[in-house]
Design a protein around this ligand. Structure first.
Ligand code: AGP
Length: 591
């Protein structure tokens, strides 16, 4: 059986007690994976590994980390993509003698052949993981020195990875990456490496980003980066990130998701107040063909971008799920690919970007995470500046993507007169957030339902798709979305008493038709919940949310917010964890 993971990883070397320092950092990374957790620390001349299945909070109670001395170690939180999450498959993994211990994120594509060779040479494997192979591979190298053995082994690995390793008696951390995020945090007399910056914001704001095909050696006094092939030392300036630990904490909110929902006014402002918009608009202006690639919520933002750009200009935009792009890579010189991604690490999006670049296209990234893979490979990046988004589901990143894309369209279409409308959304959003309690009451009424259809027309179809995605992600209820006019071509057969239809019905050009669709659903005994800024449309619903009036072009931003709130409160009422939905991870770094 093959086990590969999508994970949070951390390495620490310095003066603090490593085990508890690592655990604290892992808590900040739990959004990347949360089905098992483990730590390895060098203590009194041997490496001690503690790991288990389950969440960090349970692990903390039983692992006895306070009693582990030692100031160098590694830690891992796992989200299994293949194979069961259990104690044996949890990271860290070690070689035959427990001397080289490693953690890993990604997939080792040639692990079967490596494992076969290593097994023939007498190596004994304890787990099903591809990761364990790396520890044995390092052990099997003829080089005695840890760094040389690590480099020799890493050169034999195919696939995507970030790897962090320690060796008994060595006192250093060695790490490397290929298509999987890894940052180095620089402290005073201490060094960190991690999958993501929020992990170590308690300790430092100074970072260096490791690039693909590089490895780094860390000890308490500093770090050295080298190219994996060739071994040339690389000099890279560190950067200071103005995120604070506070930004990555809940600030009195029950969950990150609800905190991030409430941050949307400022996130929208930050997304639209700075950035290389002029350059981005010129890039689009010069393109023969425009294509968007993205996944999930970011894909929905792409649909809104297409609709608004095509309304205001004579340009045409093709929007593709990034995972489908390779099956229709109709790009070449003259194409500009707009890659939208909160994390900038989504493997499907990265694969699409690389393919597009190979074929001569230019890439404009719309991204939140500074220094992420996407921003390094794109020709130009517009940053969301939304701050860390910790909940697995996209909320503030989605609405700030929309705000950023609106502004870009307004520049391209020379309709800057519309830009003020984005800023004006603030008071309407405030009104929706102030009445969050209404969504909580609605959630109470809906939390026992099992089937939801989200419908909308035009721009509101994208809103409906996003609303359905939010609901299914964190409540595990069946929710799907259709353009309202499509219902009669099939899905209508599923409507009956008990089924809930959520209709996105702004008072725009879709108003009359969606009102007809609402009646169509009611005629099949479905209960319709209407989200509208139009009194007549709203009152058609058995339940309704009457939203403030804004320029209809911005309805996807405004209408998404009560849908996020509804999903959040249903999730809480059902006893789910809205921040950590089952089977999902924040950065999807496997294709
Ligand atoms: C949204 O709530 C999701 N968790 C998910 O669909 C996400 O939008 C998708 O995986 C894309 O992520 P990205 O924006 O980081 O590329």
């Amino acid at each position: 059986m093959r086990v590969s993971d999508m994970c949070g990883i951390i390495g620490y070397v310095g003066f603090r007690q490593a085990a508890t320092t690592i655990l604290k950092a892992l808590k900040n990374l739990e959004y990347r994976g949360y089905d098992s957790v483990g730590i390895a620390v060098e203590e009194k001349g041997r490496i001690r590994i503690v790991k288990d299945k389950g969440r960090i909070a349970d692990f903390e109670k039983t692992a006895g980390l306070e009693g582990i001395s030692g100031t160098v170690g590694i830690g891992h939180t796992r989200w299994a993509t293949h194979g069961v999450p259990n104690q044996v498959n949890a990271h860290p993994h070690s070689d035959c003698h427990g001397k080289t211990v490693i953690i890993h994120n990604g997939i080792i594509e040639n692990f079967e052949s490596l494992k076969e060779q290593l097994a023939k040479a007498g190596h004994r494997f304890k787990s099903d993981t591809d990761t364990e192979v790396i520890a044995h591979l390092i052990e099997s190298q003829k080089e005695d020195d840890f760094e040389s053995a690590f480099v020799a082994a890493a050169r034999k690995i195919e696939g995507t990875y970030s790897i962090v390793a320690i060796r008994q008696g060595d006192g250093r951390i060695i790490c490397s990456r290929k298509s999987s995020p890894l940052i180095i945090g620089i402290g005073k007399k201490e060094m960190f490496c991690a999958s993501d910056m929020p992990a170590v914001l308690d300790y430092t704001n100074e970072f260096v980003i490791l690039k693909d095909g590089e490895y780094a050696v860390l000890d308490a006094t500093g770090h050295r980066i080298c190219e994996l092939q060739g071994g040339r030392q690389v000099k890279r300036r560190s950067m200071r990130i103005d995120w604070t630990r506070q930004m990555a904490q809940k600030d009195g909110f029950a969950h990150f998701m609800i905190k991030e929902i409430h941050q949307q006014q400022s996130a929208i402002r930050l997304a639209t107040t700075s950035g290389e918009y002029g350059r981005a608009a010129r890039l689009l202006d010069g393109a023969k063909m425009l294509r968007v690639v993205a996944c999930g919520s970011s894909y929905h933002a792409g649909l809104v971008f297409k609709n608004v750009l095509e309304r205001l200009t004579d340009r045409h935009v093709e929007v593709s799920y990034a995972s489908e792009f390779m099956h229709l890579p109709n790009v070449g010189k003259g194409t500009v690919v707009i890659a939208i991604s909160q994390s900038g690490e989504t493997a499907d999006t990265m694969a699409a970007v690389r393919l597009a670049k190979e074929r001569g296209a230019k890439v404009l990234a719309v991204c939140n995470v500074v220094g992420s893979s996407l921003t390094r490979e794109a020709d130009l990046t517009l940053y969301l500046n939304a701050g860390p988004e910790i909940a697995v589901v996209a909320t503030k990143s989605f609405t700030s993507q929309l705000a950023l894309l609106y502004k870009l369209v307004f520049i391209v279409s020379k309709r800057q007169d519309l830009e003020q409308g984005i800023a004006d959304l603030s008071s309407a959003i405030d009104a929706v957030l102030t009445k969050a309690g209404d969504m909580e009451k609605l959630a109470e009424k809906l939390c026992k339902s099992t089937d939801f259809f989200f419908i909308g027309r035009g721009l509101s179809h994208a809103t409906a798709l996003e609303g359905a995605l939010k609901l299914k992600e964190i409540t595990y209820l069946h929710a799907e979305s259709y353009p309202a006019g499509e219902l009669k071509h099939g899905p209508l057969s599923l409507l009956e008493g008990g089924v809930k239809v959520v209709a996105i019905a702004p008072g725009d050009e879709t108003r009359t038709k969606i009102m007809g669709n609402i009646k169509e659903c009611q005629a099949r005994n479905a209960e319709v919940i209407v989200f509208s800024d139009d009194k007549d449309a709203a009152r058609l619903g058995t339940e309704f949310a009457l939203l403030p009036k804004v320029d209809p072009i911005f309805s996807p931003i405004l209408f998404s917010i009560p849908l996020q709130l509804l999903a959040y409160y249903i999730s809480v009422k059902k006893g789910c964890d809205p921040d950590k939905p089952r089977n999902l991870a924040k950065s999807v770094t496997v294709e």
